[in-house]
Design a protein around this ligand. Sequence first.
Ligand SMILES: CSC[C@H]1O[C@H](OP(=O)(O)O)[C@H](O)[C@@H]1O
Length: 354
Amino acid sequence: MSLRAIKYENNSLEILDQLLLPAQSKYIQVKGVEDGWKVINKMQVRGAPAIAIVGCLSLAVELHNENFESKKQLRQDVEGKLNYLVSSRPTAVNMKIAADELIMLANKLSEDETVELQDMKTLFITTIEAMLVKDIADNRAIGDFGAREILSQVTGDSQVRILTHCNTGSLATAGYGTALGVIRRLHELKRLEHVYCTETRPYNQGARLTAYELVHDKIPATLIVDSMVAALMKHRNISAVVVGADRVAANGDTANKIGTYQIAVLAKYHGVSFYVAAPFTSIDMKILSGDHIIIEERPDHEMTHVGEHRIAAKGITCWNPAFDVTPASLIAGIITEKGVFRPQDLIQQFGQDT
Ligand SMILES: CSC[C@H]1O[C@H](OP(=O)(O)O)[C@H](O)[C@@H]1O
């Protein structure tokens, strides 16, 4: 039972094939950018931070084995491959942010006459490799800030009951997780009474991945069907909802797994605090609101079948958006590695990128 979504050692990259979980725990080799694009697009690896890390590491692996005639050739090569990797899935912004930053680095190194070609290649690869360590550090900070925020809302040393959606744990990041990192931290502090995780149709990230992580960590948890959220909030005293994010706009509107928006509406109706947990690598200050976020639509097969077993009538039309947008007005706080921000604080504190 492994929770490492990504294995990267000695310039060898492997990813845990999440399409096979929980029945099978199998790693597959990613030999370069083509493999990287495919495993992300097929959702063999998924989760906004993990997508960026695997995409960039697939480039690092390829670069390590390539020789270049000049720094200009190297810069042109990485720019083209990074833009290709961005096209693997459109909604999560992490790969786009990483690509933009790495292209800026390549331009800077290419223009710096004191930097030799080999040094440029080495520095570029080590910059990508550093993403693994930074993501885990960010997630632990998110966990701590988020746990403190939620505990600040309860009296005394009472324990809390948390609802989460989709998978935002070690299987969606380099480790520990974002929303699941908040849950892990509450558990470490012995302040977590129970977690409820939704199955998260149609890919079932909750039933297949989050339940897998919670069982692995021996965290008290209950799986519910997506349509049970309203009844759960009515009958079980849920302290807070914590979910992840694929892209947070400058005004705090948040794109996350389909079903998040309706959970936020139900949380408002039931007076339950609704939090988004995400690193700054998931925040897109270049777009003003959620209206500008592209929502990926996935194949009908993911709805009409569970594995290869057909569960919907042949010939039925399907609509399969992988994400929806929760308006900032329904979000109590955005939990990041720099602290917890009210949605309206983001643009005030960090400004909108032009
Ligand atoms: C920290 S993961 C963020 C985000 O990614 C997931 O989407 P997918 O499984 O399609 O990659 C889900 O929306 C998580 O909340």
